[in-house]
Design a protein around this ligand. Structure first.
Ligand code: DGI
Ligand code: FE
Ligand code: FE
Ligand code: FE
Length: 188
């Protein structure tokens, strides 16, 4: 799939804000792929598609996941923000015949991360954090760090996510913790 085909595909499924975000993530993913030696076209494609199911109403996301036989854990059932990543990956595989595991997994794990993240997983996770549309305080430090050291920025992003979730009393997915713990232990 070309980037133009990806844009055409997502355009009717996303609102203007989310469409713009997806274009920005795709651009960041391409730059990171060049920097870290991943497939540029795959990164760009995964970036443009990563939030494809994000603007579908939650009740419809649940219906669609049931249709694909996806069984959520109790934690996932209580964390609707995680659904679009799980559903998006299944949708791209089932409805669009995308078979590329690197792309499918990068989208599947773009919100939580996971243990054993591939280079493409890290690129999409980080691109989503530092894309040009992001304005949270601290984003510029992440942008600078992402140019220098992908593992380091991943660790900081995961720490940021975990402390934010914990601060808000939101449950932390085991994949998020596993990603953080693994990357932290690798330093030692
Ligand atoms: O879809 P985006 O907004 O571009 O970004 P995303 O898919 O990374 O979603 C970010 C949201 O997901 C943010 O509000 C925090 C939430 N999130 C990330 N990891 C976890 C999580 N929510 C829960 N409950 N548990 C997690 O481990
Ligand atoms: Fe997302
Ligand atoms: Fe994210
Ligand atoms: Fe996103």
């Amino acid at each position: 799939m070309t980037i133009q085909e990806g844009k055409k595909l997502i355009r009717p499924l996303l609102g203007d804000y989310r469409y713009h975000h997806s274009v920005c993530v795709s651009q960041s993913a391409k730059i990171l792929a060049v920097r870290y030696g991943a497939d540029e076209n795959k990164a760009e494609t995964a970036g443009i598609l990563h939030d494809i199911m994000k603007d579908i109403p939650h009740d419809e996301q649940v219906q669609r996941m049931e249709g694909y036989g996806i069984v959520l854990t109790p934690l996932e059932q209580h964390a609707p923000k995680l659904w679009h990543a799980i559903l998006g990956s299944a949708y791209l595989q089932q409805e669009l015949g995308i078979q590329d595991k690197e792309i499918l997994n990068a989208i599947r794990y773009h919100t939580t991360g996971r243990a054993g993240m591939t280079l493409m997983d890290k690129i999409i996770f980080t691109a989503d954090f530092i894309s040009a549309d992001r304005t949270y305080s601290g984003v510029d430090e992440f942008r600078q760090m992402a140019k220098q050291d992908l593992s380091k920025v991943m660790e900081k992003e995961l720490a940021y996510t975990i402390s934010d979730l914990a601060g808000n009393g939101v449950p932390i997915h085991p994949d998020t913790l596993a990603a953080y713990n693994e990357i932290t232990l690798q330093k030692i």
